[in-house]
Design a protein around this ligand. Structure first.
Ligand SMILES: CCCCCCCC/C=C\C/C=C/C(=O)SCCNC(=O)CCNC(=O)[C@H](O)C(C)(C)COP(=O)(O)OP(=O)(O)OC[C@H]1O[C@@H](n2cnc3c(N)ncnc32)[C@H](O)[C@@H]1OP(=O)(O)O
Length: 303
């Protein structure tokens, strides 16, 4: 059951158990080692599968961090590495970012990385998140999110950092920056990313109320660009990609940079202070207790 949204996400337990077994077996991407669409080999890490198609210049990047694709330190690191690898391959011009887990795009930041650890760990974790956002937000590649599941908080940030968002039409697939519901505050660069997408007033309302939008509302407010029937999300993302890739790269890339640089620079100029803010905020007893209680509720809701 989805605790925050008050929605049930049924029948994933069995899939999760299977996923855990696959995880334990490792050799994560052996099943995909045969290669992508144009004979280009799939590559990836334990938690990120990349299926490149050299003919189209588009790679599908799939998140796989069971049970809910939470953005653990490992997943963040693997995402940055995969992104960097694609950026360095001249053949590739676009990425479809999606999930390999049914019903979940990403549950956002990994709460277990933020609870009961030491300040050095919090600092390392936050730096890794900053790194992923800075790279994803500013990449010269076109990135389209094919959102095939719920994406609260950090999951929403991931989607908002892409150039275009397609959401599968399922009322359980909620999306939004719901941090206030956890008693925490969305960092300024989360807020800026949302403002750049849906505007100031809509962001203020969404952030203060911790709104998690269902597909129709997400489309209306502009958090996503397109809602399509489940099962068509990747196809729709690929169709949208055709339009983006029809634009000359240099013009599109310079325009992207022009639109996003000031936002990214704002974090770059105060990166260390942002880490220290996060560490001291997270080190407060009251915040630790609130996060523990929240995590415990998530764990117990199945019982
Ligand atoms: C003054 C300024 C100071 C600045 C400082 C800034 C501080 C702010 C910092 C950061 C911003 C935070 C961003 C975030 O992203 S916080 C995380 C927010 N995410 C959520 O709240 C999502 C919580 N999860 C859910 O709602 C649901 O799990 C679901 C809808 C994603 C999926 O539902 P369902 O399929 O029913 O799965 P379960 O709920 O049963 O969960 C399965 C399993 O997974 C664990 N889990 C879920 N979410 C997380 C998570 N985010 N991190 C870690 N673990 C998670 C859950 O506990 C279950 O575990 P199990 O019982 O052991 O199997």
């Amino acid at each position: 059951m989805a605790l925050l949204a008050g929605l049930r996400v049924p029948a994933r337990s069995l899939l999760r158990a299977g996923a855990r077994l696959r995880d334990a077996a490792l050799g994560r991407w052996e099943r995909a080692a045969g290669g992508g669409g144009d004979g280009a080999r799939s590559f990836g890490s334990q938690r990120v599968l990349v299926e490149p198609d050299a003919a189209t210049g588009v790679a599908v990047m799939k998140l796989w961090n069971p049970p809910v694709n939470s953005l653990s330190l490992d997943l963040l690191t693997e995402l940055v590495i995969s992104l960097e690898k694609l950026e360095n391959e001249k053949t590739f011009r676009g990425i479809i970012l999606t999930s390999d887990l049914p019903g979940i795009f990403s549950a956002g930041l990994d709460l277990t990385e933020m609870c009961g650890r030491n300040p050095a760990h919090y600092a390392e974790y936050w730096k890794a998140l900053q790194e992923l956002w800075l790279r994803l937000y500013q990449t010269h590649l076109v990135v389209i999110a094919a959102i095939n599941g719920a994406s609260p908080a950090g999951g929403c940030l991931l989607a908002l950092s892409c150039d275009y968002r397609v959401l599968a039409d399922n009322p359980k697939f909620i999306i939004g920056l719901n941090e206030t519901l956890l008693g925490i505050v969305a960092p300024f660069w989360f807020k800026d990313t949302m403002i750049n997408t849906i505007g100031h007033r809509a962001t203020e309302r969404a952030l203060q109320l911790g709104l998690l939008f269902r597909p129709a509302e997400a489309l209306q407010v502009g958090v996503v660009d397109q809602v399509v029937p489940e099962g068509q999300v990747q196809g729709a993302a690929l169709s949208a990609m055709t339009q983006w890739l029809a634009i000359p790269d240099h013009a599109r890339q310079l325009t992207k940079s022009m639109m996003r640089k000031a936002t990214a620079d704002r974090l770059l100029t105060q990166r260390e202070a942002d880490i220290q803010n996060f560490v001291s905020f997270l080190s407060r007893d009251s915040i630790q207790k609130a996060l523990q209680v929240y995590l415990e509720k998530l764990r117990q809701k199945k019982g």
